[in-house]
Write a protein that binds this ligand. Structure first.
Ligand SMILES: [Mn+2]
Length: 369
């Protein structure tokens, strides 16, 4: 039997939960199929039996193992109290539940064959491959849907049951933003919600928009607590950003813990923060290449005119002559004291791309060995 699909402009579903006083909630969003990061973060936060785990959407897609992540979350939900909000990358029950439609099927086919624009195989692709169904431009999508329906009913049911909004006595959890009047999809995919959010009596926790995109000056993946809006934004850019991290935000404590897998090292020498720096980022990344050589280039950011040196050539995403778009890059020199521990994102001939306390930048000196 076919279940009712999620229609994107339908009203969002709201699950009301009674958490009870004194219990701690750990909120994590935007895992994006990165099961290793989820496991690592959960190990690091060492949740107690009485703590509530709140997954604020985008479990799936873009990362290495959406199906494994989904199964892990389903199993964890049987073992302890876990609540999961639906994100804009999560409603794959629609692959099976929507009526067959040429336009919709063309979208699914493009998504499967194009591996989500190159991000990698998503949930449905992994399911089909597990069943031995080859993904190809001429594949039979109706038959593929039947295979998924026949073999993954528990997974589909888990996704079907996900609410778009979870409201407790004290908090609201929603993946994109709290815009119920705009429908379910808008609540899941509200880009840069902080810029349009209105104050609400309850604290709202959102993911979806990588935190780094809220700042132009530095690359900062730490959660934002906006006390005027009573809004907490927690997407650390796991999977989406080269230097991304997975954040867990604790309520009511208002503290957090972060996880990534970069090796750490101590710096030998102090350096001061660069007085002048910028962060060229997704959505505002058009540049002119002024000079290049040695694996690096100097670019002028078209919108602001900012000139940035030492952009690795492999950060160029698209190029047409001197005009290009670049993957997120900063020229910020982190303020560091001798002996500080940094996470090493990448060592280059022009310094070390690194992170400290959620902020990305460069270190020009040597590491302790
Ligand atoms: Mn999202």
């Amino acid at each position: 039997m076919r279940a009712a699909p999620l229609y994107l402009n339908a009203p969002p579903t709201v699950e009301r939960l009674h958490i009870g006083p004194g219990r701690r909630i750990a909120a994590i969003s935007d895992i994006h199929g990165n099961l290793a990061y989820l496991r690592g973060l959960l190990d690091k936060c060492a949740l107690g039996d009485d703590d509530v785990l709140m997954l604020v959407g985008d479990l799936l897609e873009k990362g290495p193992d959406p199906l494994g992540t989904l199964r892990y979350v389903m199993e964890l939900s049987r073992q302890r109290e876990v609540h999961t909000v639906c994100g804009n990358c999560d409603f794959w029950q629609n692959f099976c539940d929507l009526p067959d439609d040429p336009e919709q099927d063309a979208f699914y086919l493009r998504y499967l064959v194009g591996r989500n624009k190159g991000w990698g195989d998503g949930l449905i692709a992994q399911m089909l491959q597990e069943q031995g169904v080859a993904i190809a431009p001429d594949m039979d999508l109706v038959a593929a849907k039947a295979v998924v329906r026949a073999n993954y009913e528990p997974e589909l049911d888990f996704l079907r049951a996900l609410p778009h909004i979870i409201e407790t006595e004290d908090y609201i959890f929603v993946h994109g933003g709290l815009v119920p009047e705009k429908g379910a999809f808008a609540c899941m995919k509200q880009d840069a919600y902080r810029a349009v959010a209105k104050p609400h009596p309850k604290w709202t926790v959102v993911g979806h928009w990588p935190l780094v995109l809220y700042r132009e000056d530095i690359t900062d993946a730490r959660p934002i607590i906006d006390r005027d809006l009573k809004l907490i934004s927690i997407d650390g850019g796991c999977v989406l950003k080269e230097d991304g991290q997975l954040n867990a935000f604790f309520l009511p404590d208002m503290t957090w813990c972060s996880y990534d897998r970069f090796p750490t090292a101590r710096v030998r020498t102090a350096q001061a923060a660069s007085p002048r720096h910028y962060y060229i980022r997704h959505g505002d990344n058009r540049v002119e290449i002024l000079a290049e050589g040695d694996g690096f280039c100097r670019v002028r950011h078209l919108r602001t005119g900012y000139v940035m040196d030492d952009v690795p050539l492999d950060h160029i995403l698209t190029r047409d002559g001197a005009m290009a778009t670049v993957n997120d890059i900063t020229d910020y020199r982190l303020p560091l004291a001798a002996g500080d521990v940094i996470s090493v994102v990448r060592e280059t001939s022009r310094g070390i791309m690194c992170k400290k306390d959620g902020v990305s930048g460069w270190y020009d000196g040597e590491l302790e060995t």
